[in-house]
Unconditional design. Structure first.
Lengths: 137, 137
DNA sequence: ATAGGACTTAGAGCGGGCTCTAGCTCAAGC
DNA sequence: GCTTGAGCTAGAGCCCGCTCTAAGTCCTAT
């Protein structure tokens, strides 16, 4: 199947601007085919690649690293160990990001519970009002 | 206890530049105390707040939102429902970030397994060489 | 008393990742 | 034939979050 840039944008969630930008930046493995009028025509394979890029970006891989990966794939068979290393590094980065998120999440969840409790008691607390300070939110 | 800016930077992982920047940006609840020479003196409470800010940033909260939260805390008692709402929204954002990370992670883990397998077979595959193409890495 | 090091300010600069603009071409529909 | 809409290029612009600079102050140790 063949798709126009707008269609690809709609499917992948990237903007058409971003798609052209990614191409300029060398994130694609091969050149994107053009129709006789010079417009980009994307294949299913291209869409798959764009989706991979989107996932890599979402997980915080810098464009420069994605480009490096694309370069390796483009160079073809023989550099699999390098590609593997690159992916494994990213795997680890994602894991530590998840770790950081979960630390942050539990801190926030704790605060949420505190506020919930405070508010639940709040109506009652209006009696002896103020002085429930300290804590340091 | 009282701490200088360098000490706070060392403890929280933020740079001294970032600490001053956060202050200018209004992320602190109260003014930071100064010594007679005009230098910042941080209390344990300030450090706690900086650490909260650091966690919020790490989990992707924009400075503007942290400022809004600081504003609410500064305004004192009465706006707890707003603070709670703000925290809950962020909780949800973190949860969807974790979701995105885990989607990305499983995509990458899958690829890692593919490459590992390919490499394990690789030595053998050198026999009938090439043609193991397709896939679209 | 002098050198070093930590601190101060206001403001400029930077890197990443888009995002938008201007001016153009093309294809389809009325 | 003309409008509308999608696409094209090269390059400028923008937002965020720092990060660094310049020029100066102050404390401490030798």
């Amino acid at each position: 199947m063949a798709y126009g840039i707008g269609e690809v944008a709609a499917r992948t969630g990237l903007s058409v601007h971003a798609l052209r930008f990614y191409e300029r930046e060398g994130l694609f493995v091969g050149p994107i085919v053009r129709d006789p009028g010079g417009r980009r025509v994307y294949s299913d394979g291209d869409i798959g690649w764009v989706e991979l890029c989107a996932r890599l970006r979402e997980t915080g891989m810098p464009l420069e690293v994605i480009r490096k990966y694309a370069d390796l794939v483009r160079d073809g068979v023989g550099n699999e160990p390098e590609r593997l290393a690159l992916l494994r590094e990213h795997q680890e980065r994602i894991e530590s990001q998840m770790q950081a998120l979960s630390v942050g999440l539990s801190m926030i969840s704790y605060k949420v519970r505190v506020y919930e409790k405070r508010l639940a008691e709040g109506t009652a607390a209006a009696l002896w009002s103020s002085s429930t300070s300290s804590s340091g939110d």
